[in-house]
Design a protein around this ligand. Structure first.
Ligand code: ZN
Length: 242
């Protein structure tokens, strides 16, 4: 699975290292300044490459192994990320510091995501897709047992909850987006329960990885990844002031 929440935590932590100071200087929206937009882009960029799940999910129902091959390819390619970001900088962000900061943050965040994936999740990353070389797979000779790959799916719910709790803490410290905090608390209660339920299932269904994956991926793609993206869009100011 993608551990999208873990990528979010990495991005938010990196954004907070970019202190000091509130980039808005107390005036207006931080997310429109170059520094604030850069921080927001950095968090978003750390999560964005896994949108390939929205294509991979339906494909998995048709042909499981081929669908898994679609993950960590085009959206994780440093070439694609670089070309798209350069085009956006040239065509959309020229002359606008806020847009420029956003695209620069996205660019760095997406590259961070791709490099992190090289070391995680027992899977290769096609860093130079569509070129035939540049595939990095440190795990070629490692086959994780069924229960472990299932458990990594369960851990997705835990990392979502930890990321949302971290976002809520940053929001409280920045005194922004406070109206969303009760919803995050409610959502996290559901996520902790899901983590518990799927951890039990990971062992009960350890020989039924395909069934476990279908249920797990369906919830991930249809519910929790969209909820995460919605929160990221709503809490722009929190991340810009991180
Ligand atoms: Zn990824």
């Amino acid at each position: 699975m993608s551990q999208s929440g873990l990528h979010g935590i990495t991005g938010l932590y990196a954004a907070r290292l970019l202190r000091p100071g509130d980039p808005a200087d107390g005036r207006g929206a931080a997310v429109r300044t170059q520094a604030g937009a850069f921080k927001y882009g950095l968090v978003l960029g750390n999560i964005l490459p896994d949108v390939d799940f929205f294509i991979m999910g339906p494909a998995y129902l048709v042909e499981g192994s081929a669908a898994l091959g679609l993950h960590r390819s085009w959206s994780h390619s440093l070439l694609v990320q670089g070309v798209v970001s350069a085009l956006l900088l040239w065509l959309w962000a020229r002359g606008d510091p806020g847009r420029r900061g956003l695209v620069q943050g996205l660019w760095l965040g997406m590259a961070m995501h791709s490099f992190a994936d090289v070391f995680l999740w027992f899977s290769g990353v096609r860093l130079l897709w569509p070129l035939p070389w540049g595939d990095v797979n440190l795990w070629r000779h490692v086959t994780p047992p069924g229960w472990l790959s299932n458990f990594l799916g369960a851990a997705d719910y835990l990392f979502f909850a930890l990321f949302f709790a971290y976002l809520a803490r940053v929001a409280r410290q920045g005194n922004v987006d406070l109206e969303l905090l009760p919803r995050i608390r409610g959502l996290n209660r559901v996520l902790y329960a899901m983590f518990f339920a799927f951890t039990v299932l990971a062992f009960v269904w350890r020989d039924r990885t395909a069934l476990y994956n279908i249920v797990d991926y369906a919830l991930f793609i249809l519910v929790f990844l969209p909820v995460e993206i919605w929160l990221l869009l709503r809490m722009r100011e929190t991340m810009a002031r991180a």
